[in-house]
Ligand binder design. Sequence first.
Ligand SMILES: Cc1cc2nc3c(=O)[nH]c(=O)nc-3n(C[C@H](O)[C@H](O)[C@H](O)COP(=O)(O)OP(=O)(O)OC[C@H]3O[C@@H](n4cnc5c(N)ncnc54)[C@H](O)[C@@H]3O)c2cc1C
Length: 439
Amino acid sequence: MKIAIVGAGITGLTLAYLLRKLGHAVEVFEAGGAPGGELATVEVGGEPIERFYHHLFTHDRFMIGLCEELGIADRLDWHEPLMGFYAGERVHPFTSPLDLLRFGHLSLPARVRLGLGTVLLQRRRSYAAFEDRTAAEVMPRYTGREAFDKIFRPLLEAKFDRHWEGVSMAWMWARLMSRARTRTPDKRRERLGYFRGGFRVVVDALARTITERGAALHLRSPVQEVTIGSPGAPALRVGGQAVDADAVVATVGLPIIRRILPEERRDFTNSLAATNYVGACVVLMEIERQLSEYYWTNIGDRSLPFAGLIEHTNMVERERYGGQRLLYVSNYLPPEHEFFHIDDDALIDRFVEPIQRVFPRFAREQIGRSWVSRDPVAQPVIAAGYQRRKPAYRSPIPGFYICNTSQIYPEDRGTNYNVRIARECLEVLDGDAPELTRR
Ligand SMILES: Cc1cc2nc3c(=O)[nH]c(=O)nc-3n(C[C@H](O)[C@H](O)[C@H](O)COP(=O)(O)OP(=O)(O)OC[C@H]3O[C@@H](n4cnc5c(N)ncnc54)[C@H](O)[C@@H]3O)c2cc1C
């Protein structure tokens, strides 16, 4: 069977790898000049670092399993970094349960209620009862209103912007469970994984393996349209040329799929519009001085124009980057937000004074090189009832398949689950192979 894959991010590359293992012919079409998608990197001191911050959790078994297969699992190091939470004009330690008990931004009764509510939530073994309910409705009943308003609501707003109120409680539960499961046995810290050589080692290993095994990886080849060829099989239009295949798998976000599918399939593409997305707008910068001891500082103050400050070199030693210190300024915003349109320097200017409010040691002059990255289709909004809207791998268009981040549910999207959906989609495709090749 010949399969054309749209997109060479981790999903497209993993799917290509799995399909080649089963002996199928594979062509991957990637719009950009390098594979990797959201795992794109720059180099600092000769070491690759992602333009969008990344780490793994200890239970990310699909990703860890893939790395074992590719022979790169020994490149994964585990770190136990410190976390902070900015609220009430100061950064509070936010790493351990003890930090939570001492969290001065909440009253003592609110802290006790939060601690008990968190334990109760983590005792639940299933998210089934949460699927049709929002986190905004359910969370305050567990954590208390004060903790919800001061901690969880700002976190939901930071991640989903104006869509926060509709977010599914199943997503919230999965996220809390995930963070709890990655804790050290004594529960005092989280263990986070990061590769020597950055996540680029995974992208490179996949790209190398699939091409060595005979798959074609076409870079700078944006798919312009998916058409339906004469025997009913799908075809792609790439650079004005038609490419035939027995099946096409789109790994790009739903808004991109809607653009490349033919006009006459509006019935189907309109149904995909039910899933909203927020974009990611992230600045990575070299900074002269260490700003704090925290790897990740959540911003619980919505008057600041960012959601998180991530001092990467408080997790990974800066010697790897030629001694440079590295800070990410993170934001999830609707794609029409001005941060997706203003120029890079103007964007950084907007952040300087607010970063100083969080970390008074910071100054504009301390910024070395910087990289602004924007992905308007970064994060599907997992709203209550999403289990009924989640797109299937097999679409109603014969031979056209979807395998993308919108199918990750209820977990928060991440590379581990991109590998899982690639495996699941493979089963569907392989099962359909006799029918697809009969046309
Ligand atoms: C800010 C941020 C932080 C994150 N943090 C983490 C983390 O800590 N841990 C973790 O595991 N995950 C994290 N993720 C998520 C992770 O990066 C993604 O889940 C994953 O990289 C998505 O891979 P993908 O292949 O599905 O999509 P993408 O990486 O988006 O790949 C899609 C590819 O399709 C290409 N493309 C687009 N249009 C076309 C077209 N018309 N024709 C051909 N090609 C096209 C794009 O150029 C891209 O290369 C983070 C993501 C973001 C944005």
